[in-house]
Design a protein around this ligand. Structure first.
Ligand SMILES: NC(=O)c1ccc[n+]([C@@H]2O[C@H](COP(=O)([O-])OP(=O)(O)OC[C@H]3O[C@@H](n4cnc5c(N)ncnc54)[C@H](OP(=O)(O)O)[C@@H]3O)[C@@H](O)[C@H]2O)c1
Length: 212
């Protein structure tokens, strides 16, 4: 299976590197020939292929979006996704009076805006509720349970594709519903980010789904 990554920084590289080791083919999509993150990614994993964003989408089965949220409009503009699954890892975050806040004032989720910008894609929000530290290694050997990866989206087949990759990467995939749930996932992100980056909790803490 071929996976395109638009954005190959902390999140993109970590996920792409682990997926490549699992046998997925990785194609980085970037329109900047001098991209530092692309050069760094290739130094660490020479198995990645690189092309422009539109070609990476054309050549792949599934696409990851792992860019700064503010870049999404320019990144997604004029890209045809051919109805393919686009996994949105991005989070709208801003610095407000009380520190880190939701970047769209909690009025709408970032993923719903991504869906508006990428109308020809099937958006799944995933890999957004933790810091990338937990994408490097998802194993928690002392516990007989996997970290949960909460996802949402409007397309069942796209969520099934994302769930397969999530399970391959060692997480327990849990579908939380349609794309409007993304706003709540983005607030979970804010909670995790404030706990870890502001209040000093350990970055390798994750959420679990326990159901009686
Ligand atoms: N960091 C985390 O722990 C974490 C966890 C979950 C979700 N997220 C979310 O995931 C996203 C990525 O975070 P990150 O920490 O991985 O960011 P990062 O390390 O800064 O990487 C950003 C990537 O996006 C690329 N990019 C930036 N502007 C672009 C543009 N206009 N066109 C194409 N590519 C562009 C960068 O390429 P260049 O080098 O060429 O600029 C780089 O590869 C963010 O939305 C963040 O909120 C972050």
């Amino acid at each position: 299976m071929k996976i395109a990554f638009i954005g190959i920084g902390n999140v993109g590289f970590t996920l792409a590197n682990n997926l490549q080791k699992l046998g997925y083919e990785i194609i980085i999509g970037n329109n900047n020939n001098n991209s530092k993150s692309v050069q760094k990614a290739l130094e660490h994993n020479p198995n990645f292929k690189v092309t422009d964003i539109q070609s990476s989408v054309y050549l792949s089965d599934i696409i990851f979006l792992a860019t700064p949220y503010a870049a999404n409009e320019s990144v997604l503009k004029n890209v045809d996704f051919y109805g393919k699954t686009l996994i949105d890892c991005t989070n709208p975050i801003k610095m407000g009076k009380k520190g880190i806040e939701h970047g769209l004032n909690s009025e709408k989720s970032g993923s719903e805006v991504v869906q508006e910008l990428a109308k020809s894609a099937k958006i799944v929000k995933a890999f957004s509720i933790y810091g990338y530290e937990n994408f490097i290694d998802s194993s928690f050997p002392k516990f007989n349970i996997k970290p949960v990866m909460l996802i949402c989206g409007n397309f069942d087949e796209a969520k099934a594709q994302a769930s397969k990759m999530i399970a391959d990467l060692g997480f327990f995939p849990k579908d939380t519903g349609d794309l409007s749930q993304a706003l709540h996932l983005e607030h979970m992100t804010l909670l995790w980010v404030k706990m870890v980056r502001v209040h000093g909790h350990h970055p390798n803490f994750v959420w679990a789904y326990l159901e009686r």
